[in-house]
Design a protein around this ligand. Sequence first.
Ligand code: BG6
Length: 484
Amino acid sequence: MFNKDFLWGCATSAFQVEGAYNEDGKGLSLADIRSLNINPAEEPTKALANVGDKIADSKVASDHYHRWEEDVELMKECGLKSYRFSIAWTRIFPNGDDENANEAGVLFYDNLINKLNEYGIEPIVTLYHFDFPNGLQEKYGGWSDRQSINDFDRYASYLFEHFKGRVRYWLVNNEQNAMIRRDGYLGIKETNILKREQIRHRCNHHMFVACAKAIASCHRIDPEAKIAPVMAYAPHYPLTGKPEDVLAARNVNDLYFHYMIEIHCRGEYPGYYLRWLTENNWLPEITDEDKAILKNGICDFYAFNYYRSNAAVACPKDVPIEEVEKFRVDARSRMLPGLCKCTANTYVKESSLNKWRIDPIGLHIAFRNVYELCHMPLMICENGFGAPDTLESNLQIHDDYRIEYLKEHIEQIHEAILDGIPVIGYHVWTFMDVVSTSEGFRKRYGLVYVDRDEKGGNLNRYKKDSFYWYKNVIATNGESILEK
Ligand code: BG6
């Protein structure tokens, strides 16, 4: 049984849904720049080549900035209990550290949050979802400089003060562990591979300290609010029973995911992570003040995004650094020499629609792994199925594949609840179609179709079959799934 207060919700992020990327005083973010493909040479991944003018970018996105009222009416109709979205830092402080907040930007979120509150939809607000201000990047190099810690805390504190009593759940940052693998989101231009990796780890550390500092500010400013970071989580299984492969899977899980939980929930870097950084000459400066901030900024619950699982095998020590770098962003084949190499799990079926190896049981495993480390209430902030949808001539969208995916994953949440794990909410990625970070509008996630593609489109909204299905799940508090 799902608790009666269970937060059945949906999620989006600012740069993927709002559009109006330079309207009403908004400044440019690194996510805008990456999406607009201004500097494709900085992140020459195959996926990025698909983004930009060829599909659709953050200039217009889903035009939520202008159509938010229509969107919230649809959320009400669907019966959402919560809506997870992000605030664009550059709408509030266009350059990241402006003396005064941008009134028009603040007003947009005032209106949105007030309407959600009026409709009884819990606003769950991410402070930072990949969209660091370009102004600060140009001024001092973004997260690679310590100043970013104070600037983030100032921005976060402004929001805690302003929305005190109106926002009860805050999410600090989205998928820091995915972000540090993507140089476009960090604005890294260094060409030397070793130095580049050192910068990534410095950015990572500054983000951890900024996160802890913002959590402490939230506790001070609005003690009633709850706050947590959001991690990208994909459990990795050993491909075989060989001890070397079992250890390799453990290494992936620890070095990509679990170390974060230890820092966020215990306020300390775990030994295996410090060893890995030190042995590779990547250890950033960690001051006594940093250590105290980390200890003082423990989150209230833990949040993660889950899409699929993966497998791992042992990896030789002598893989050339160029090879490692080549597969850095690709979760299906990345490697850490001497420690682990990711590989496809052939025991998990591959979807013909999007080539994902879909693993609902992996979500149950994820809950057990995460809870074991944090012993805090857990929230799923993203789970969804990305695929091209077909808008039929009668304006219907029959996305039974998405319904199947969501159903199978919600069943596994129930399994975790039966295990005694306090799961407080689940958010489908996404409510309406948004610009996918890797494939623009070619890959859709929404319960609501947005008429937009590389040729344009009228941006009209159409409810997909999954919209009606989820509406019923919420109305029956999950019973419609469990009783079958
Ligand atoms: C998550 C991100 O990692 O994956 C989202 O938080 C993103 O912003 C989602 O959209 C799906 O990935 P993609 O590349 O299909 O958009």
